[in-house]
Design a protein around this ligand. Structure first.
Ligand code: GAP
Length: 522
């Protein structure tokens, strides 16, 4: 779970995008709503409106098609074999003991006794003087307003115009002493000493199965979909014809009681993952790791994220998760979100988990060496190693929204959503130019034909300019107008969202043409 970084430099061609405006458009046009909004919302939970639901579904469908259904050629020139799985959210709690989540899925948490606010200790930084006995100010890293507030308070206290690098330093909260903590003023506090010592906090949501709520009935909402795949590894091998190397893919909800959910849907408490566990012979792990990392990186570009907003970041040794194999690597595929810019935030992790999970479940379930995979071709019994590309469907959707958001003062809408046609929630708008001369009937007929395969909208209300503006905000790549020439020569006018250019097409050609535009063959 790496944090947004402040590294990197902005690329000159990327216009600054305001997160406030993106969030506002998302609400206004029905991409994303706050969960339970009429009751004041609930922190860390988000709902998708009609357009957002289609967008997220397009993302998950594209992932499933490209990973499981379509032919994918791997590093050896052979087709990659991947099958699907759909596991429960609540599993036997022993799964989470074996996986290390009960003992180790923790974040350091700090409470403020004065404001009652709670922070991730590793998200806090402290600004202050190096002189003994002086005051310090804590704020959340990346929060510019809080940084300005802390800087002003420091300058007032130290009677200076600006922090002096020789005397004033910025340090991680986790690196300060107990004495310094006692002199630190919390982000939402007025007096020093209100921040508690960091305590480890387990991120798993707990529940109980059955009528009795005691330790024996305790269960967890899964914090990742991966473990469902590992505990079903043997079932899949026994019930299908898969042979190592092969993968199991799953898309589903995961839950984490994040200490500080923030940045819109980026860090939520309920979210969806798209995970592949790819099982290989240990000797082939490095080759597959590099291939998966590079293929996943290019996949995000294929659905519309520009390469200048993406980066691959290899983890440092001290960042590796408990399961990751040293020397083989873990990479994050990161996107430059408006709230991380000029830095990047994690979109997907690609990890070499070695045989950590299969071995752990073999031990905890008592199956031990009986759980080893028998490789007929090699005549060898072993625990396969695992390469895990693990992506977030909500972070992916958020990246698509941020990427698409394109301010354009020359348009009536002031903005348009430049989605890749495969991702666009609505593929085409069909508009009769006027509500007479048979145009609505022709439009409706075309609408009924296209909607057999695609999400399309028929709109006969308001001026054509207003209809274009609505579609621009929804990110609809094509608007198809039925006009007088449709009556005389059976052509329609297609308006392209990004260029606003228009072209004529024979009405009969439209279905196959639209398929091609969004990447479907005839
Ligand atoms: N099975 C490995 C695993 O779960 P992770 O890096 O903790 O690894 C994988 O999560 C992906 O899930 C992340 O790259 C991110 O896209 C998404 N994700 C993780 N925590 C999230 C959260 N609180 N809110 C939204 N997405 C999250």
């Amino acid at each position: 779970m790496s944090e947004p970084t402040a590294a990197g430099s902005p690329s000159p061609e990327v216009p600054a995008k305001s997160m406030e405006q993106i969030v506002s458009l998302c609400r206004r046009r029905g991409f994303v709503f706050q969960s339970s909004e009429i009751y004041g919302g609930i922190n860390g939970f988000w709902d998708y409106g009609p357009l957002g639901t289609e967008l997220k579904r397009n993302l998950k469908n594209a992932w499933w098609q490209d990973v499981v259904q379509r032919e994918l050629i791997g590093p050896t020139g052979d087709a990659v074999d991947i099958v699907g799985l759909d596991c429960t959210i609540i599993m036997n709690p022993k799964v989470w003991q074996a996986s290390g989540h009960v003992g180790g899925f923790n974040d350091p948490m700090v409470d403020c006794r004065a404001s009652k606010a709670r922070y991730r200790a590793d998200h806090l930084v402290v600004l202050g003087s190096i002189a003994a006995g002086s005051r310090l100010w804590a704020f959340v890293e990346g929060d510019d307003a809080a940084r300005t507030k802390a800087t002003k308070a420091l300058c007032k206290y130290e009677k200076c115009d600006a922090p002096d690098p020789a005397r004033h330093v910025l340090r991680p909260f986790t690196a300060i002493t107990a004495d310094e903590r006692a002199r630190t003023i919390g982000p939402d506090a007025d007096e020093p000493g209100s921040l508690t010592e960091p305590r480890m906090f387990n991120l798993m949501f707990e529940t109980h199965c059955g009528a009795v709520r005691d330790e024996d009935s305790k269960a967890y909402l899964r914090p990742e979909t991966a473990q469902g795949i590992f505990v079903n590894f043997q079932n899949v091998v026994d019930s299908t014809r898969v042979k190592v190397p092969f993968g199991i893919a799953q898309v589903g909800k995961a839950f984490r009681n994040e200490v500080t959910p923030r940045n819109f849907t980026f860090r939520s408490r309920e979210f969806e993952q798209m995970e592949i566990e790819f099982f290989i012979h240990p000797s082939e792990a490095n080759q597959w790791y590099a291939w998966w990392r590079d293929w996943r990186f290019s996949w995000w570009q294929s659905i519309g994220l520009t390469s200048s907003n993406l980066q691959l970041r290899e983890h440092d040794r001290d960042e590796l998760a408990h399961y990751a194999k040293e020397g083989a690597g873990t990479s994050d595929i990161e996107y430059r979100f408006p709230f991380t810019a000029p830095g990047f935030g994690e979109l997907e992790g690609v990890a070499h988990r070695a045989d950590f999970d299969l071995r752990a479940h073999a031990t905890h379930s008592g199956k031990n060496d009986k759980a080893k995979y028998f490789d007929q071709a090699r005549n060898e019994r072993y625990f396969p190693h695992v390469i895990e590309p693990s992506a977030g469907a909500d972070r992916g959707t958020l990246a698509l929204l941020c990427e698409a958001y394109t301010p354009d003062p020359s348009r009536p809408s002031g903005v348009f959503m430049r989605f890749h046609p495969r991702m666009a929630p609505v593929k085409a708008g069909i508009f009769p130019l006027v509500n007479k001369e048979g145009m609505p009937e022709i439009g409706e007929k075309l609408f009924r034909t296209l909607r057999k395969k695609h999400v399309v909208e028929f709109d006969e209300k308001q001026s054509i300019g207003k209809r274009y503006a609505r579609m621009d905000e929804a990110g609809t790549p094509f608007c198809i107008t039925i006009d007088s020439e449709t009556l005389s020569s059976q052509t329609v006018t297609v308006r392209h969202r990004d260029t606003q250019q228009q072209e004529k097409l024979g009405i009969e050609q439209v279905p196959a043409w639209l398929d091609r535009q969004i990447g479907l063959e005839d």
